[in-house]
Design a protein around this ligand. Structure first.
Ligand code: ADP
Ligand code: ZN
Ligand code: ZN
Length: 751
């Protein structure tokens, strides 16, 4: 691997007859090109971006390999149109892309496209290079474009980019040099040369900290000391600390120690966790700039952040899932906060898991890896218990109030209002009376999950999915939460004409409405995807809640995780049963994590908390364990069950999902693929199992039929071999062209 941003001496370069280039294409293959006339200053090397003709367009790709000659006939090859970089993309980034593509059995070209900022994808140059920027001349007459539609389009594009567009970006948009020149001749566009500036470097002599570190309690100090012993080399570590035990303070002090040596820390946080509050906690601690990679960045800011990380200027990089692909010049440590969180797994396209990539990456760099959670994934917990990871624990909160235990309350044969039992309503009442805040957790948005006819039993179904429509009141409509289709509310039953249509069950809107009726003077905040659509609205609510006035929060898991809500002393869980009897073997783990995280919102500051959990199964042994002994104890039981059943993390899985608008097509292809895999496994003697095909849990979604084939094996290598076979078989299959399929390595859900 070449060093980041350095070039080998130009002499002694071997002859390059052809280049293999990774392109933005779903195909799992590279494409051969001739070098063309332009030779890059440092010679041809892997990691250089190039612009190449591809079909009828030009696209930006990355050189993967140089060859003395191609195996294809020379006249079939096209030359590279332009070399975009003087030095290759960072070596650690290249390594991670190769690793990711191989492990997740995904095309390298597509992987690289996803892993680079949009500006690099569009062909913009790296910092320090001069490039030609084109601008529209605005007040020109457009008459001359009447008969040149392409030029008119290009002119409109230039007008959208008032600051100008580099020539590379223009060709990435699919326009030719000729079209650009024509505009220029007509006096409609002009160009100038500009240099991309890199930002300045932080001077550590200015002092690292903007505000002092907190004095640690005994457990925190012991954990930090253990981390300090292992700052050099690959040292994976699980920090299992109850909610509110001060894990973040440990991250901050670890980052400080590394930054003092000029080393960078990469911090991953869940999607829900990268709030202005989190950021301000990092930013108010350090004088050194904290580079945040969040969805609010524009392309230029994202590119700047990427380069600041790649050349070592950024000492602290914090971001969600995709930030794992940020290159680092001087990596010091990778920290994954709430490592169990589901948002680290990407659920479409390249289905990677950022935590798992963090493990691979820390190993590659030879640096410490810190996984933190109050509710560790069974994957990480089992490795910590086996001694592969160092296991650090925080059992106390600085506030001294231990997390409240769950009080199970029986939902059976009891009257509820808006999903709430009388005992819960009473508890909310006394919480408000004491001047405190209550949080009602309900994992379902909308007013009610079903609309039914009381006369004939008809229920409102989605016409495109095997699912019920959810009733919404604000605004009033029926919505499918699986395909997002919407319908007006019917006035009468479409089957029998009866007007007696009833909303069954409760969602956040109904619970909010009930609470408003019960507590007309109380402030009630509803937090879900519908109520927080407006940018910043969630943050506004959090700010107000932080002021500490008594109120009721009603919300989905958006509220349940990560937020420090110091004035909440009561948590009510409307229904704890979602994950108890699911067919998905991870459902129980995930719902236990969620329950413990919700419960952890109560009693985080000076006041003890109470957690009421409503359930139809108060005698369920798993729920009982969670209530009485906490997530840690239940997780250890679940691990034992997984071990006996040879399920992950004691076995390895890959899930092939196939879908088609024709009911039979996906199933027929899945059957053929599964049979081919079984024969191959028997022939080569790979001990992997092929299960299915079976219809997916919700077979019809958006009028497409979904089928699953599951691969399971005791060893990762066996699973990889089997997955690789089925991917190649599907890629080669004619029928697979009319069926959409994908492979999910280490699936997090079997849905
Ligand atoms: P976690 O990340 O484990 O959920 P936090 O780091 O958010 O916990 O800590 C919870 C609260 O405790 C925060 O308000 C934090 O400022 C405070 N805290 C953490 N460590 C200490 C400490 N050593 N002394 C005093 N307060 C602390
Ligand atoms: Zn009816
Ligand atoms: Zn639907």
């Amino acid at each position: 691997m070449p060093e980041p941003f350095s070039s080998p001496p130009a002499e002694a370069l071997p002859h390059v007859g052809a280049l293999q280039v990774a392109l933005p294409s779903p195909l799992r293959q590279l494409f051969d090109y001739l070098p063309g006339r332009q030779t890059p200053a440092g010679g041809w090397q892997p990691g250089l971006r190039v612009r190449v003709p591809f079909g009828r367009r030009e696209v930006v790709g990355v050189v993967i390999r140089t060859l003395p000659r191609s195996t294809l006939a020379r006249e079939k090859l096209k030359p590279i149109a332009e070399v975009l970089d003087e030095a290759p993309l960072p070596a650690d980034w290249q390594w991670l892309c190769h690793f990711t593509a191989r492990y997740y059995q995904h095309g390298l070209g597509d992987t690289m496209q996803l892993a680079m900022p949009a500006r690099l994808r569009q062909g913009y140059p790296m910092a320090g290079r001069t490039f030609t920027q084109w601008q529209a001349i605005n007040d020109a007459s457009l008459d001359s474009l009447k008969n040149a539609p392409k030029q008119a389009e290009l002119y409109a594009l230039l007008r959208q980019h008032a600051q100008g567009l580099p020539a590379q970006a223009i060709s990435a948009h699919g326009y030719t040099k000729e079209q650009l020149m024509a505009l220029s001749r007509k006096g409609l566009a002009s160009s100038r040369d500009v240099a991309r500036q890199a930002g300045s470097r932080f001077d550590p002599r200015a002092g690292l900290l903007a505000s002092p570190a907190l004095p640690l309690n005994r457990e925190q100090a012991a954990a930090l000391a253990a981390l300090h012993e292992n700052l050099e080399g690959y040292h994976p570590c699980l920090l299992e600390g109850v909610t509110g035990s001060g894990k973040t303070e440990i991250y901050l002090q670890l980052i400080e120690a590394l930054a003092a040596k000029g080393k960078q820390s990469l911090v991953l946080v869940p999607e829900i966790g990268l709030t202005p509050q989190t950021l301000s906690r990092f930013r108010s601690r350090f004088k050194a700039p904290v580079v945040a990679l969040h969805s609010g960045l524009n392309d230029a800011e994202r590119m700047d952040a990427w380069e600041a990380a790649a050349d070592g200027r950024a000492l602290i990089v914090i971001g969600t899932r995709s930030a794992i692909f940020t290159p680092l010049a001087n990596p010091g440590a990778i920290i994954v906060d709430e490592e169990h969180d589901g948002s680290y797994k990407q659920h479409d396209g390249l289905r990677y898991h950022a935590r798992d990539l963090a493990v691979a990456r820390a190993h590659y760099h030879g640096i410490p890896l810190l996984l933190g959670s109050a509710t560790p994934s069974l994957e990480s917990l089992s490795r910590a218990l086996a001694g592969d990871y160092r296991h650090l624990r925080l059992t106390q909160r600085p506030s001294r109030h231990p997390p409240a235990r769950l009080e199970l309350t029986d939902l059976r044969h009891q009257r509820r209002q808006g999903g709430l039992l009388p005992s819960a309503i009473k508890a909310i009442e006394s919480t408000l009376a004491a001047g405190k805040q209550a949080l009602v957790f309900i994992n379902r948005r909308g007013f009610a999950p079903r609309l039914a006819c009381h006369a004939c039993g008809w229920m409102a179904d989605c016409g495109q999915c095997d699912a019920r429509m959810t009733l919404h009141r604000h605004p009033p409509l029926l919505a499918c939460h699986h395909c997002d289709s919407r319908r007006a509310l019917p006035d009468a039953c479409p089957e029998c004409g009866s007007g007696d249509l009833r909303a069954l069950g409760s969602g956040t809107e109904r619970t909010e409405e009930t609470l408003t009726g019960l507590f007309p003077d109380a402030t009630i905040h509803r937090i879900d995807r519908d109520s927080t659509r407006r940018k910043d609205s969630f943050d506004q609510v959090l700010k107000e809640v932080h002021r500490g006035e008594p109120c009721i929060l009603v919300g989905t898991q958006m509220l349940a995780k990560g937020h420090h809500l110091p004035h909440v002393t009561l948590v009510v869980v409307i229904n704890a049963d979602g994950g108890l009897y699911s067919a998905d073997f991870r459902a129980l783990e995930h719902s236990a994590q969620l329950l413990e995280q919700v419960a952890g919102r109560a009693g985080r500051a000076a006041h003890p908390g109470r957690v009421l959990v409503q359930t139809l199964h108060p005698d369920d042994p798993h729920l009982g364990k969670l209530a009485e002994h906490g997530y840690g104890a239940l997780a250890r039981d679940l691990l034992e069950e997984r071990r006996l059943a040879k399920l992950p993390p004691f076995g390895f899985m890959a899930l092939v999902r196939l879908e088609s608008p024709k009911e039979q097509a996906a199933m027929a292809l899945a059957q053929a693929a599964a049979q081919a895999l079984r024969e191959w496994l028997a022939n080569v003697g790979v001990a992997a199992r092929c299960l299915g095909p079976v219809p997916a849990p919700m077979e019809r979604r958006q009028n497409r039929y979904h089928v699953h084939v599951l691969i399971a094996a005791d060893r990762r290598s066996q699973r990889q071999a089997a997955a690789n076979f089925i991917v190649q078989w599907l890629e080669a299959s004619r029928e697979a062209r009319s069926v959409r399929w994908s492979i999910d390595i280490d699936p997090q859900t079997l849905a």
